[in-house]
Design a protein around this ligand. Structure first.
Ligand SMILES: NC(=O)C1=CN([C@@H]2O[C@H](COP(=O)(O)OP(=O)(O)OC[C@H]3O[C@@H](n4cnc5c(N)ncnc54)[C@H](OP(=O)(O)O)[C@@H]3O)[C@@H](O)[C@H]2O)C=CC1
Ligand SMILES: CCCCCC/C=C/C(=O)O
Length: 490
């Protein structure tokens, strides 16, 4: 962390100190339980992005991070993982406060995952190999996989800590330097991580966190001539803007993890209790603010009525309230805009003739709470069945045949995730191969793992987060070719 007289800049960069720029602009981050202000945060804009990119450029072109052995980078990343775990309690509370997340889940899943993501990629940092090429003439060829340079990492508000390390950890392992922009709604943990990174020994200029707004700071990263790649998670609409900005600037490669309208297809032979569990978790986990939410639940007609009744019974026990209370299942939506957006979709559903099985209203005296809502009688052409709602709203539908299930699953412009519940291996194989999505969960849902790639097709974007595929995004492949003379073989 660097400090100056006007405001606090949390960054591992030293360049900020010498700038004459006005650092006094701030914005407020809000507690979604109440609408109260948690803190004032420095509002970075285009000028700050320029400074941050200069700092990252300097650290990449002349600093030690890309030049030390991968094992050394790995060691520092392991130290950072330890520090994150030592500070897990403060981080957990910051994340819950900023994003309205459940305390117990955040401790285990969100903050719990940060250390494992860092460790996964720390282990990869000294195993980045090229290939020897089988040249057809008297030449020797091989490939180098080099760090791509300065990475721009633009992060959403639904999993601020998880997404921070999902992007930062592979970039660090590859030897890149980076400018990271957390979402305006949830900047707190990113700032804390930058501070811990400095303590862990990440050199100045390697991780530069810019807090601020998308249309200013985010857009400046996407269009910057000296940013070498962008990895973005967020809406399809902003994904398009990022691609446009790349096209209009330096044609930097972009990786886009965007929205979804994922189907969960439940066949007649499913264990109904298990299927109900998957549908609830798939829709109401993290108050539905999940890119892979199973927002279209399609149940085969033979078990449909039993499924619907069990689901309605289960939802009666669902508790919405303060996410710090361990008895609560669902906290508030992240901010007023998202709360209003979700309520407006619920309004569309009612007006379009879908039936409200459960929920359908806001709740609580203050804050951004919404009842978990299940719509039945949903038709494929309704807005609620086509558009990403990103809130606690499930669309329940019926189907008869496997063919119909495949058609329903693919009847979306998105292609991020899907779930299939069946005991029949032939049906399972046919479904998993027919669905056009980045991940298909079979007899489970929302199972994430460091080694499991996440990323979509169609309007859910392209490029993978997590797994070794994520590391590839931060590496440029270079072929090196040289003549060989009198080689005894080819
Ligand atoms: N795939 C996913 O996981 C996510 C999907 N979404 C979808 O998007 C909807 C709207 O949410 P919203 O917060 O508006 O999502 P955005 O796509 O606007 O936000 C994601 C990130 O992009 C930044 N951003 C916004 N505009 C630009 C821009 N022009 N150039 C570069 N970066 C930009 C945001 O900054 P800032 O917030 O500071 O403006 C934030 O850091 C949700 O309802 C949901 O459907 C949203 C978040 C995550
Ligand atoms: C166990 C859930 C973790 C989800 C992490 C990835 C989600 C990404 C997204 O919704 O954008």
């Amino acid at each position: 962390m660097e400090q100056n007289n006007t405001t606090t800049r949390w960054t591992s960069s030293a360049l900020f100190l010498s700038s004459p720029h006005d650092f006094s602009k701030t914005f407020e981050t809000i507690d979604p339980r109440t609408g109260d202000v948690i803190a004032s945060i420095a509002e970075g804009d285009k000028e700050d992005v320029d400074l941050a990119v200069r700092s990252a450029r300097e650290a990449f072109d002349h600093g030690k991070w890309p030049r030390v052995a991968g094992s050394e980078r790995g060691k520092i990343m392991l130290k950072l993982a330890d520090l994150v775990e030592e500070h897990a309690e403060e981080l957990t509370r910051l994340e819950c406060l900023d994003a309205g997340k459940l305390l117990t889940v955040t401790r285990m899943v969100d903050i719990g995952t940060c250390g494992s993501t860092l460790r996964y990629f720390a282990g990869a940092a000294d195993k980045i190999h090229g290939e020897t090429l089988k040249m057809s003439r008297q030449f020797q060829g091989y490939t180098l996989r080099e760090p791509v340079g300065v990475a721009g990492l633009i992060i959403p508000w639904n999993f601020p800590a998880i997404m921070f390390f999902t992007k930062v950890a592979p970039a660090l392992a590859a030897g890149c330097t980076m400018v990271v922009k957390p979402a305006e709604q949830t900047p707190l943990t990113a700032l804390y991580f930058a501070h811990l990174a400095k303590q862990a020994g990440v050199p100045d200029g390697v991780i530069n966190v810019i807090t601020g707004f998308g249309p200013t700071a985010g857009a400046a990263i996407a269009s910057h001539m000296d940013v070498d790649m962008v990895s973005f998670t967020g809406s399809t609409e902003v994904g398009r803007l990022i691609m446009e900005a790349s096209a209009r600037s330096n044609l930097k490669p972009v990786s886009l993890e965007l929205g979804g309208k994922s189907p969960l297809i439940i066949f007649d032979d499913a264990d109904v209790d298990m299927a109900v569990d998957l549908a609830i978790n798939g829709n109401f986990f993290n108050k539905g603010e999940v890119c892979v939410a199973a927002s279209r639940v399609c149940v085969q007609e033979g078990i449909y009525e039993r499924f619907e009744k069990k689901l309605a019974d289960r939802m009666k026990k669902w508790v919405v309230g303060d996410p710090f209370d361990p008895r609560v299942n669902q906290g508030p939506q992240v901010d007023r805009a998202q709360y209003e957006r979700v309520l407006s979709y619920i309004g569309h559903g009612k007006r379009e003739g879908a039936t409200v099985l459960t929920g359908g209203k806001p709740c609580g005296q203050k804050g951004y709470y919404i009842e978990p809502t299940v719509f039945t009688d949903v038709k494929d052409d309704m807005i609620i069945s086509k558009e990403e709602i990103f809130g606690p709203v499930m669309c329940l539908m019926k189907f008869r045949t496997v063919e119909e299930a495949i058609a329903k699953a693919n009847d979306t412009r998105y292609g991020l995730a899907a779930g299939v519940v069946t005991k029949d291996m032939d049906v399972a194989n046919r479904m998993t191969r027919s669905i056009r999505a980045g991940v298909v969960w079979l007899n489970c849902y929302l199972v994430m793992d460091g080694d499991c790639p996440l990323g979509g097709r169609k309007m859910s974007g392209f490029g993978k987060d997590a797994s070794m595929h994520a590391l590839d995004k931060f590496l440029a492949v270079k072929a090196v070719v040289t003549p060989v003379y009198d080689s005894p073989w080819l």
